[in-house]
Design a protein around this ligand. Structure first.
Ligand SMILES: Nc1ncnc2c1ncn2[C@@H]1O[C@H](COP(=O)(O)OP(=O)(O)OP(=O)(O)O)[C@@H](O)[C@H]1O
Ligand SMILES: [Mg+2]
Length: 286
């Protein structure tokens, strides 16, 4: 069975697509068969990596025509396939809304790919809507990047927990809402990571208690994540080493993968002919 993770937040611009792409790239370099699904009408994930072989169709046909043939493109990263977002007008939102099984379709369709993939990652748009619902309901596990400011974190909790609460009844239709893991994301040196993590986990953050599990891995804010995206490569390849107190992207993303997938802890990533391009060590943070 493929493990399905939806990267979601009701807040925009928090790092969902970057996190999805980098997790997908590292998991592929760990030898996993990975499918990334771009469920955002703004096709940012679709253009994150170079496409090796472009399928004639994408997400629109997957959901509206209920077919998995001809909708899966391959990337230039061995082991990483992608369902491209091909609905710039956003017609799919309306289609899902008016289809009796609209919101649970993606879940049922992806279960048809259980033998073909080890891990399926679904990127979503940072706004509530039928397509986001469909992506959330397709997941075994939800992953949310959380900005390390307590106010926006609280706002995140209200929005995202509200969304989970609203979708809870879908369990009766065979689509239970998965547990949610939060990862403190884009941490900079001006903040005390432990203090924010503690606040998020504990009393001052009562709305989330029991509903959101905050991971130990903290993803720092560094230019490597932007540079790697510019060069269309996974950040662990781009910044395998780094000097100074901040963890390298390779170390950070590896820790995150181990936390999310303990059964992969023994694996080390390797990437073939394309040598990692290691930039000059950067001072401080972006
Ligand atoms: N760890 C990081 N450090 C610094 N910048 C980052 C990091 N991760 C992502 N970014 C930058 O933050 C911006 C937003 O990231 P991204 O597009 O992944 O967010 P998003 O949640 O997918 O946004 P949207 O809601 O619009 O889809 C991008 O410019 C990206 O390059
Ligand atoms: Mg995005």
């Amino acid at each position: 069975m493929a493990i399905k993770i939806t990267i979601t937040s009701t807040k925009g611009g928090v790092g969902k697509t970057t996190l999805t792409a980098n997790l997908a790239g590292l998991l592929a370099d760990l030898g996993q068969r990975v499918l990334a699904v771009d469920a955002d009408i703004q096709p940012t994930l679709s253009s994150f990596y170079h496409i090796q072989s472009r399928a004639p169709a994408g997400l629109m046909a997957l959901i509206s025509e209920a077919r998995t043939e001809g909708v899966i493109s391959t990337s230039t990263i061995p082991g990483l396939d992608i369902v491209l977002s091909d609905d710039p007008g956003g017609a799919l939102q309306n289609w899902i809304l008016h289809q009796p099984d609209g919101r649970v379709r993606l879940r049922h369709l992806l279960s048809g790919l259980d033998d073909a993939y080890d891990i399926i990652l679904i990127d979503t748009q940072g706004a509530v809507g039928p397509l986001q619902d469909a992506a959330v309901l397709a997941a075994d596990l939800l992953l949310s990047p959380i900005p390390p400011e307590i106010l926006s974190a609280r706002e995140f909790a209200r929005g995202t927990l509200g969304m989970l609460h609203r979708l809870q009844p879908m369990a009766f239709l065979g689509a239970p809402v998965g547990p949610l893991k939060g990862v403190i994301y884009r941490m900079d040196h001006t903040r005390d990571a432990r203090m924010i993590a503690r606040e998020l986990r504990q009393e001052s953050y009562a709305p989330s208690r029991g509903a959101i599990d905050i991971l130990d891995t903290i993803v720092p804010s560094t230019v490597a994540y932007r540079e790697a995206a510019t060069h269309r490569m996974p950040v662990h390849r781009w910044e395998a080493r780094r000097s100074g107190p901040t963890a390298s992207a390779l170390d950070t993303m590896t820790q995150l993968v181990h936390e999310l997938f303990p059964h992969l802890s023994d694996l080390t990533p390797s990437w073939g002919s394309e040598k990692p391009s290691i930039p000059h060590d950067k001072e401080g943070h972006s």
